[in-house]
Design a protein around this ligand. Structure first.
Ligand SMILES: *Cc1c(COP(=O)(O)O)cnc(C)c1O
Length: 452
């Protein structure tokens, strides 16, 4: 994982040379002269003319591999997944399970339906409480509610993932599971979460939708909890436009997932693998993956490591290029080598400073943003007002459900943290020049803001 030092020196030399060309050096300020540069937002020359921004990752790596897999499905005239060993969806599942180091992987139609399937697999239902972070995607909350369960929010910390310290005091005799979400390429701190879960006999559902390919202490996300889910929607690491997966090492849990996603039944080859199944059918859904999706994902799994290592290498170069900025506070990470490096986010101390930093960075030609792809759920109107599909929906009928209060009072720290952080979304195909522009723009704006 470690880059040779030579590359780092060469890179820093490039950054230095680029600054030199811009004619900004000469004086030796606190930060090597950048402090003297006039910001583009104040009428100075921008670092770049055309704005640099990231693109969805997976499609950048589409090539003859995905094309060939898709063609084979078309030519087979057999786009339904239950067609034996030739199934692309099945081949994708086997490859994906092997890549993540889990026993079982099941392809489904989306990350959202993967969550519904996981709820069924874990037997979460009316009366059960599930702890999730206040900052994540709607689907984590909705899956709990649509299972009839009660979502209980915990605060995030400066990693933008659930704060393990904020979980335990939310556990009640009705708590059944915890959903740690690894968001925007960052990994949730799984060790303390697993320890709390084991101590209180809770199940752990990893949602690693935004960190597919991420690792925690050498293990792939999804292989640590009792069950894992992820999405293959366009904005995730690898994609078929839509799609999702459920992964688990537990055979019973996985059989429940198979049945729930396919009208309660278990078909070949899984019925053979599970010897007909140990469970009976139950009321279920249809979230089966189609063969076109399976074909593209079978191809994309082969690109996963390439995408992840390019992202990581690029993020490392930017981190190293700004590491000496005085007082710099980067987003916290539970595992810097396993982190995907999707974001270079700085803690700006408060929302005003964050917003000024982002505006100035954009003026320099670098797309910049605060945390995205998730929502501060407790302050979303339909959640704050506990709106369900039917007035008698079980989630909020129990004494606990009636008593629970969402809204800003239940997650002040999450609101504060999301308002403070901001920076650049990375891309696996950013060039050396792009990376040096990012470094130069961050240094320029940071220096100006910290000397003003
Ligand atoms: C994208 C996402 C989902 C939902 O996935 P879809 O495929 O869009 O249904 C769930 N959880 C998280 C954290 C996500 O980012």
């Amino acid at each position: 994982m470690n880059e040779p030092m030579k590359n780092r020196r060469e890179f820093l030399a490039t950054v230095g040379a680029a600054s030199m060309l811009a004619g900004s050096l000469g004086s030796r300020g606190l930060l090597g002269g950048e402090a003297a540069e006039k910001l583009a937002i104040d009428g100075g020359t921008p670092v770049r003319k055309n704005v640099l921004h990231s693109q969805p990752y997976g499609p950048q790596f589409y090539d003859d591999v995905e094309k060939q897999e898709l063609l084979e499905v078309l030519e087979s005239k057999s786009p339904f997944r239950w067609r034996g060993e030739g199934s692309k969806s099945l081949q994708f599942e086997k490859a994906y399970a092997q890549r993540l180091g889990v026993k079982h992987a099941l392809g489904v139609t989306s990350g959202t339906t993967a969550l519904y399937t996981a709820m069924a697999a874990l037997e979460i239902g009316p009366g059960d409480e599930v702890i999730l972070p206040a900052w994540t995607w709607y689907a984590d909350y909705d899956a709990i509610v649509l299972a009839g369960g009660l979502p209980v929010f915990a605060e995030i910390d400066e990693s933008l993932a659930i704060d393990p310290q904020d979980i335990e005091h939310r556990i009640t005799p009705r708590t059944k599971a915890i959903i740690p979400c690894s968001l925007q390429g960052g990994v949730a701190d799984m060790d303390p979460i697993m320890e709390i879960a084991r101590k209180h006999k809770l199940l752990v559902l990893e949602d690693f939708s935004q960190c597919v390919g991420g690792r925690y202490k050498g293990k792939y996300l999804g292989s640590i909890g009792d069950i894992g889910i992820n999405s293959f929607q366009l904005s995730k690491t690898i994609t078929a436009g839509e799609g999702g997966a459920v992964v688990s090492n537990d055979a019973k849990c996985f059989e429940r997932a198979i049945r729930f996603h396919d009208v309660g039944v278990i078909r070949p080859p899984y019925s053979e693998e599970f010897k007909g199944g140990i469970l009976a059918a139950f009321a279920a859904c249809n979230f089966r993956m189609n063969e076109f999706t399976g074909a593209v994902l079978k191809g994309q799994v082969q690109k996963l490591e390439t995408i992840c290592s390019k992202l990581r290498a690029n993020a490392r170069k930017v981190r190293e290029g700004i590491a000496d900025l005085p007082g710099l506070k980067l987003r916290k990470t539970a595992d810097v080598d396993g982190d995907l490096g999707v974001t270079i986010f700085l803690d700006h101390g408060d929302r005003d400073r964050r917003d000024r930093f982002l505006r100035a960075l954009r003026a320099e030609g670098i797309a910049a943003s605060g945390p995205g792809g998730s929502v501060i759920l407790p302050v979303d109107a339909r959640i704050e007002n506990k709106v369900t599909v039917h007035p008698d929906w079980p989630s909020f009928q129990s004494p606990q459900g009636k008593a629970i209060r969402y809204g800003s009072e239940c997650c002040p720290r999450t609101i504060d943290i999301i308002g403070r952080f901001g920076g650049v979304i990375m891309d696996p195909n950013f060039s050396e020049e792009d990376l040096s522009d990012i470094v130069r723009a961050i240094r320029k704006v940071y220096s100006a803001m910290h000397t003003a």
